[in-house]
Design a protein around this ligand. Structure first.
Ligand code: GLU
Length: 511
């Protein structure tokens, strides 16, 4: 019988969620939705030394912002809780005991100093079948001594007893069978008496089992742990219900050499975190996609293609399309290069597809930083941003591109003045004013344009010089959207006032 799809995203709250982690969450989500399955968010916080306050809230907010829905989790509840590992101590104790009772694990008393000394003594020391009998553990020490140490409250850990010389096969839905020999594995610590908590490996396996996880979809960096996990499933007698493994390709630096890191973002000027992060200890602020002006779906679409492709040349895909078409068969084995220019391209495409009214509401807070926004109607703001949206990658770029709709130029670009303001320009602008005064209103852009064109042609004026000088007075520089779209929005009075002021203020550049 087909197993019900239950997947989990299992971050450790050790800092801000990295963009690679977001990609893992997204692929879990797409797969769950495609199969009508369940998406679990499990907080893996058994390592108290690495706990960072605020990290869990950050994870929740990031997923919410991106529209990656969670079905079961700390906030959502569910029948398999608690969903935070630090609240599952009582559950884990029983499983640690089971492994000890079955002789699959043992108690080890070696102190950090003793382990350090061993490492100095034996080259490439590894705690395993070849060394464990020379260590202080329940396999090597007499039973009474072990009991005495426990009764005396001595700190200990529980280690997994790995049998050497076995081929362990990890079946991975992207990579196929990955086989390693168990002799290279060490007797991993599964539980620490001092914390009364299991380590990542044990908690992860027990929870995946108890939460009936069907597919473990996670980053490639966890592949080296997978053989150990396979052996743990076996040790517990759960091999039959072991989840399928899927190890997603790494996100690589933009130049393709090595894993994408926070430093690459700092160096090349792009965020590696979904939201801005304020480090509670250092006070350092790391930029986020949200605060940098990205639309959530642009980020989702961009991430969806880092390690997967739809099998054809489609790039722009809605969440519904991604859910429908996602497949492990089209996930790559090799790392995905992080192409930041592509992220900007996606954002541009999504801004273009955003309707003008929605764009205007995103822009309004920025507008209000510069002018009294209440003097403009929503329709006017929407129409203004509509004429420049093809020129921008981010909402914050709107001000630089559309400011002239909201305030008359205060200065005029020197290089444009130099190039376009000739000796006869004031006279020509004077004629243009007279001409425009005769146009009833500017609401028909094509009609205004036809009138101006006829005047230029009839007088055999230089089209480029006249139109650029006109633009200079209205916009302040020789670029921007179609001139008669601008005059349509500004209206007759404002347009003419700007030409007049330009003629007064702009002086011929000194030769
Ligand atoms: N807690 C691990 C992490 O931080 C989970 C790895 C896994 O998904 O098994 O990514």
């Amino acid at each position: 019988m087909e197993r019900k799809v239950r997947v989990r995203f299992a971050p450790s709250p050790t800092g801000p969620l990295h963009i690679g982690g977001v990609r893992t969450a997204l692929y879990n989500y797409l797969f769950a939705r495609q199969h009508g399955g369940t998406m679990i968010l499990r907080i893996e916080d058994t390592d108290s030394n690495r706990f960072v306050p605020g990290a869990e809230a950050y994870i929740n907010e990031s997923l919410r912002w991106l529209g990656i829905g969670i079905d079961e989790g700390v906030a959502e509840g569910g029948n398999y809780g608690p969903y935070k590992q630090s609240e599952r101590r009582d559950i884990y104790r029983k499983y640690v005991k089971q492994l000890l009772d079955d002789g699959k694990a043992y108690i080890a008393f070696d102190t950090p100093e003793e382990l350090e000394a061993k490492r100095g003594e034996i080259k490439n020391f590894q705690y395993d079948a070849s060394t464990r009998m020379s260590m202080r553990n329940s396999l090597a020490l007499p039973a009474e001594e072990v009991q005495r140490l426990i009764d005396a409250g001595t700190n200990y850990v529980v280690r997994f007893k790995i049998e050497p010389g076995r081929n362990v096969v990890v079946h991975d839905l992207i990579r196929g069978d990955v086989t390693i020999n168990s002799s290279i594995l060490d007797d991993k610590v599964l539980y620490k008496r001092a914390d009364d908590l299991p380590t990542y490996h044990l908690a992860n396996i027990v929870d995946d089992h108890l939460m009936e996880v069907s597919h473990v979809i996670r980053g490639e960096e966890w592949l080296p742990s997978a053989p150990l996990h396979v052996l743990l499933y076996e040790a517990f007698g759960w091999a039959d219900t072991q989840p399928e493994f899927v190890h997603l390709p790494l996100l690589l630096k933009p130049d393709g050499k090595g894993k994408l890191s926070k430093r690459d973002g700092d160096r090349l000027g792009f965020p590696v975190f979904p939201l801005e992060w304020h480090d509670p200890k250092s006070g350092e602020i790391s930029s986020g996609y949200r605060e940098s002006g990205y639309l959530p779906h642009a980020v989702v679409n961009f991430l969806s293609l880092l390690g997967w492709n739809p099998g054809d040349d489609r790039e722009i895909m809605s969440m519904d399309e991604l859910i429908r078409d996602f497949s492990f068969a089209h996930c790559s084995k090799s790392g995905a290069k992080f192409d930041f220019e592509k992220a900007k391209w996606f954002n541009h495409e999504y801004l273009m597809a955003t309707d003008d009214a929605a764009l205007a509401s995103l822009f309004k807070p920025i507008l209000a930083e510069h002018v009294d926004a209440s003097q403009f109607t929503d329709e006017y703001i929407a129409a203004a941003v509509g004429t420049v949206k093809n020129r921008i990658n981010f909402v914050k770029d709107l001000w630089a591109n559309a400011a002239f709709y909201f305030q008359a130029p205060v200065e005029y670009a020197a290089k444009d003045v130099k190039k376009r303001w000739k000796e006869d320009t004031p006279k020509l602008m004077g004629e243009l004013i007279t001409l425009l005064e005769g146009v009833a209103d500017f609401s028909d852009a094509a009609a205004t344009e036809a009138t101006v064109m006829a005047w230029i042609k009839g007088n055999e004026y230089h089209m480029g010089n006249v139109m650029n000088a006109f633009r200079l007075t209205v916009v302040g520089e020789c670029k921007g959207p179609h001139m008669f779209e601008i005059t349509r929005l500004l209206g007759k009075e404002e347009t003419i006032a700007r030409i007049k002021r330009g003629v007064e203020v702009i002086t011929l550049p000194a030769e």
